[in-house]
Design a binder for this molecule. Sequence first.
Ligand code: A2P
Length: 268
Amino acid sequence: SVAEDRSPKFPIPANVYAEKIVSVTHYTDHLFSFRVTRPQSLRFRSGEFVMIGLPNAEKPVYRAYSIASPSWDEELEFFSIKVPDGPLTSELQKIQPGDTLLLRQKTTGTLVLDALTPGKRLFMISTGTGIAPFASLLRDPDTYERYEQVILTHTCREVAELKYGQELVADLANDPLIGELTHGRVTLYNSTTREESPRMGRITALIDSGKLYTDLGIAPLNPETDRVMICGSMHMLKDVKELVESRGFEEGSLNHPNTFVVERAFVG
Ligand code: A2P
């Protein structure tokens, strides 16, 4: 039999990089991550996203993906859902090492350290694949230059979906570049909502009830000392944004850094 032709079916535009898939990891029927060669000239801030697409689609479909690797990494990492009839992910979930991935050259995003004013604790609040930009920031030495403590929350429907975040945080200690820097300073707080697990509930409920604070033995969210980054679905963003605003946090941007920032998880 003849192997499926996965070579580009149209000319690669000038403002697009064509890179090679290095590895693919499937976590569940709905989630996978992959690593791709990094274009030498691609520069980005940890926490930003980029538009990615496939060359073998009938017509090129691009979607915004947070870069999950830190800005110093030689490869780029992405974390994605799989949607059976999703315009991009239906094909993207079939990628293999050696396949070509297209990346638009411009990166952007608001989940960057420069959009926040200095503080003591940095809360990264995520659901599902919204953890991706934090995977980048957690591996960036800058994060530890600016904050004493980092608290990463990750809520998913099912237990297996928490694995990416668990591995991410466990691997920090072994990282030759930032391992020592992260020692004793990163806390992972995860929960599920639709499968039985040791901790259940939406992060909004866990904060509202105060359970987050009692579980970790930490002081409540306080705009004087804390900064918050939020990434998840549209509904989650809205609810968590309201929650932190009700506690006195104000949204920041690169032009006007402040005490919290949000980004929708660009997936589909
Ligand atoms: P739930 O199962 O109660 O909807 P999704 O896959 O829909 O993006 O959900 C990922 C996780 O985010 C799920 O655990 C889900 O909980 C949770 N979630 C969904 N909407 C919100 C919201 N408005 N506020 C907080 N968490 C949410």
